[in-house]
Design a binder for this molecule. Structure first.
Ligand code: HEC
Length: 399
């Protein structure tokens, strides 16, 4: 009873933290998209105008929510610092804090079910968590060093190198974790880099600029440049990271034999599509980028399409199917799960009666036969023969 209540409390923590993560993530990425659009849409002020003399490098007129807005961007900084200056940072920090909490709640508190897949690597729970945590630290360290190295000066080349390193991370993680956890940890790695860019580079740089102004010195433009570099990187990370955050719904991607390559392709598509929007804000329409992105996604869809399972010899009867499910699924998929760490039936799917199995026949077939996504991490050790039993039953009309 007590363990049951604890699991139930964890499920509520999961709900609340996920909700928060989504809200703050929208606020952060929304603000980030807005500023990229703004930066790319600014037009230089009229030569000789007052605002030009005041140091405005670009401005824009917009109408939104019943009012007119006229943002102006000062190159380096205004001559006089305003009394009130808004800093955009808590959107990023709370997104990371809530995301990290969710990572702990969903994965690190339950590594046996959520991270380890014994057919991939037979890790101890502590090893899985250590690798996951290590990935976040190593990811940021390598990225930051590369940004500061001479390579950081070459935008395009740098982008390619970072992309290849992320693919390498996906490859490595998919060879130690189950697919779902591998994907999510690549995402957490990118998210950590993005927030660390804000915390360690962008905000400290802005602080130095403000300090210089208070001391009546001209701020060194290097801080603005460095901040801009990191903020451009963050911009290209957004679409890949957002796909990864929803990838847990799509076992066809993370459970594929070459799941790391699938992820590499989808990330590339995201970057190409983002690039289109960045150019478009500057007034350049370049359809070849999103066209390439869509072609990649289409190619992935075709390449990972499931093939029908080979039917085993002999007709499958329902009794056999129910026995397999009782042994391999019901520990979790029951009104009262016996699997530690589960308070209620995951995804609301209960399989502990004939009627329920029939009701969920299509989903059972999809998850256990086509995608092999269930049992999660194959925790209950389902065999290929058992999958074939369910496959034959379903393909024979689920009688
Ligand atoms: C160790 C616990 C566990 C076992 C054993 C398990 N599952 Fe699941 N199952 C889960 C979890 C966790 C989810 C929710 C996944 C998510 O959040 O996307 C889930 C989700 C599902 C879903 C819903 C997926 C969807 O998105 O529609 C189906 C169907 C399912 N499982 C079928 C099965 C079948 C069939 C078996 C046995 C062959 C099985 N599960 C064994 C933990 C388990």
């Amino acid at each position: 009873m007590e363990a049951f209540l604890l699991n139930y409390a964890v499920e509520w923590a999961n709900l609340l933290v996920r909700w928060l993560h989504l809200i703050t993530g929208i606020a952060w990425i929304g603000a980030s998209f807005y500023f990229v659009w703004l930066d790319n849409s600014l037009r230089p002020p009229k030569p000789g105008s007052d605002i030009e003399k005041a140091g405005v490098a670009g401005e824009l007129w917009a109408v939104h929510g019943g009012g007119f807005y006229n943002p102006q961007k000062y190159l380096v900084a205004p001559k006089q610092l305003p009394d009130e200056l808004h800093w955009f940072k808590w959107e990023a920090y709370t997104t990371w804090l809530s995301g990290f909490a969710l990572l702990c709640i969903v994965y690190w508190l339950n590594p046996s079910a959520m991270m380890i897949d014994k057919s991939v690597a037979d890790l101890a729970p502590w090893q899985a968590v250590a690798i996951g945590a290590g990935a976040l630290v190593v990811g940021w360290t390598v990225y930051d060093l590369l940004c500061r190295s001479p390579l950081g000066q070459h935008d395009g080349l740098f982008g390619i190198v970072i992309y290849l390193l992320l693919v390498a991370a996906a490859y490595g993680l998919s060879h130690v974790f189950g697919g779902r956890a591998a994907y999510l940890h690549v995402g957490a790695m990118i998210g950590t880099i993005m927030v660390a860019n804000v915390l360690m580079v962008i905000i400290p740089g802005q602080r130095k600029m403000v300090e210089a102004m208070k001391a009546r010195l001209t701020p060194d433009p290097i801080y603005g440049k460095r901040g801009k570099q990191r903020s451009v990187h963050n911009n290209y990370f957004t679409l890949p990271v957002l796909f990864i955050m929803i990838s847990n719904h799509y076992a066809m991607t993370y459970n594929h034999r070459y799941n790391w390559a699938v992820l590499a392709a989808i990330m590339a598509a995201g970057v190409l599509i983002r690039h289109f929007f960045n150019l478009k804000h500057k007034g350049r329409i370049a359809w070849q980028y999103p066209a390439a992105g869509v072609a990649i996604l289409f190619g992935v869809a075709v390449a990972i399409a499931p093939k029908p399972a080979a039917a085993p010899a002999g007709a499958a009867d329902f009794g056999k199917v129910q026995a397999v499910i009782a042994q391999r699924c019901v520990a979790c998929h029951s009104a009262h799960p016996t699997q530690p760490g589960f308070a209620t039936a995951p995804a609301g799917v209960m399989l502990d009666s004939e009627a329920l199995i029939r009701q969920h026949a299509a989903r059972i077939y999809q998850q256990a036969v086509q995608l092999k996504a269930m049992p999660i991490g194959n925790l209950t050790g389902m065999t290929d023969e058992e999958r074939a039993v369910i496959g034959a039953w379903y393909e024979g009309g689920a009688k």
